[in-house]
Design a protein around this ligand. Structure first.
Ligand code: 2HG
Ligand code: ZN
Length: 454
């Protein structure tokens, strides 16, 4: 029997996709940077079917790539050629919301928006949010330990995961969904699988922590002379606004690109080198508190040139659009080299000044757009018009490592950066990680080439 016949018996004809016109959307990532033919795409309905798929693939010696909403940016969720793509799209159940513990269990295929819609009517909210919310799935967020726009207040996805269920390469199921607040029994498998990028198991369900839903939000956009002013403003605002939730940085060239793509007018008259978008959220109106804090901070940081505020939903969304539309505006021009590095705050101004020159060494004439999450020092470096993507990746990641930064602050290592893992992880760490991989996936069935070089 062929693998396909076995898979059809296990999960039903309809959910083993082989027609190239149907599998195509699973075979290329959103940015069009990563693509490969899948042997087939399978859409198991539940944990039991996921286990059957892994057992069958193991028996036939065919490797598996797990895919959530296909919004990943490091090539970790698309095939390179010949793998079975395991889509979590049918793992969509949402359990009852536990309002006492503030937790809910959802299937790996539930999107961020789906989770928000399930819990917000109960006065609760999920701590991770970002522009790809309508497609990105909770399973994908957990696999990559996704960051996003609220890390300042809630931490990354890891901090939201209180339990999970996953299928290991041999088809055995580990389930830690009871999520007792205290449980000190042995290794933290939930923590290990979080951020393992599909290399150790297929996550099928997640129990997430929920937070109080805030009914009042205020956004302010600050125009600044330098990014050091943005850091000074952020530090001063953090001391004054406990409700601070987001602090996003973008620069003049990124803003120009967004305005060209979206047709939006300038958010603040004049040309300014840097912009800081901040958001506060609470259960009471924040407008006055934010205004007062901004006045005080304005007196302390002379590099703040101008400020606009948005209180109502529409003006808040308009201001956010300048930041969130960066990715699509860049993609509309061409396929970028996309790197999501982090540098220590003390190196931020220097990194922003030096990065275009660093890139130009290997890609003269290219265009480097940088924006990101200021609080975490997380810079999204997007390079357009470079012929040699490998050389750009190499020079930027080595530069970032020389500043004692991270080669991946939030998107993960994936296939895109596996070659450079040793820049910021020691030989002992890589050996330990490889031992874990060998123990849990001895046949190298799951996501080959992700995290570890070849
Ligand atoms: C964001 O922060 C995402 O908007 C995407 O992480 C970053 O497009 C990028 O480089
Ligand atoms: Zn980001």
């Amino acid at each position: 029997m062929t693998l396909e016949t076995d898979l059809r018996d296990a999960i039903g004809d309809k959910h083993v996709l082989v027609d190239p016109s149907v599998t195509a959307s699973y075979e290329t990532d959103w940015t069009r940077r990563f693509a490969g033919r899948a042997r087939c795409v399978v859409r198991p309905a539940d944990t039991h079917e996921v286990a059957s798929v892994l057992q069958l693939c193991g028996r036939h010696g065919v490797t598996v790539v797990t895919q959530g909403g296909n919004t990943g940016l490091v090539g970790g969720g698309v095939p390179t050629g010949g793998e079975v793509v395991l889509s979590t799209s049918r793992l969509r159940h949402t359990g009852p919301v536990d309002t006492v513990s503030g937790q809910v269990t959802v299937g790996a295929g539930v999107t961020v928006t789906g989770l928000q819609q399930a819990v917000r009517p109960m006065g609760l909210d999920f701590g991770v949010d970002f522009a790809a919310r309508d497609s990105a799935t909770i399973g994908g967020l957990v696999s990559t330990n996704a960051g996003g726009e609220r890390v300042l207040r809630y931490g990354s996805t890891r901090q939201q995961v209180v339990g999970l269920e996953a299928v290991l390469a041999d088809g055995s199921v580990v389930s830690r969904l009871e999520a007792l607040p205290k449980d000190n029994t042995g290794y933290d498998l939930v923590g290990l699988l979080t951020g393992s990028e599909g290399t150790l198991a297929v996550i099928t369900a997640v129990r997430v922590r929920l937070w109080p839903l805030f009914t009042h939000r205020t956004v302010a956009l600050l125009a600044l002379e330098t990014t050091s002013d943005a850091l000074a403003a952020l530090a001063a605002l953090k001391l004054r606004l406990v409700s601070l939730e987001a602090a996003e940085l973008f620069l003049a060239d990124g803003l120009a690109l967004v305005m060209g793509h979206t047709g939006l007018p300038a958010p603040i008259p004049g040309d300014h080198p840097a912009y800081l978008l901040v958001e506060c959220a609470d259960r009471v109106d924040l407008g006055d508190a934010m205004l007062k804090a901004l006045e005080e901070v304005g007196a302390l940081v002379p590099g703040i040139v101008d400020i606009v505020m948005g209180d109502d939903a529409r003006s808040r969304a308009n201001l956010w659009r300048y930041r969130e539309a960066h990715t699509e505006s860049i993609n509309a021009i061409g396929i970028p080299v996309k790197l999501d590095v982090a540098v220590p705050h003390a190196q931020l101004e220097r990194a922003l000044q030096e990065l275009p020159g660093v890139v130009a060494q290997v890609a003269p004439g290219s265009r480097t757009i940088v924006f990101g999450h200021l609080h975490e020092g997380n810079l999204h470096v997007n390079v357009l018009g470079a012929n040699d993507h490998h050389a750009v990746t190499d020079v930027v990641l080595k530069y970032v490592a020389s500043l004692r930064g991270s080669i991946s602050a939030e998107h993960g290592v994936g296939r895109a950066k596996s070659e450079w893992l040793s820049l910021t992880r020691s030989p002992a760490e890589i050996a330990a990680m490889r031992s874990i991989k060998a123990a849990l996936d001895p046949g190298q069935l799951l996501n080959p080439g992700v995290i570890f070089p070849g």
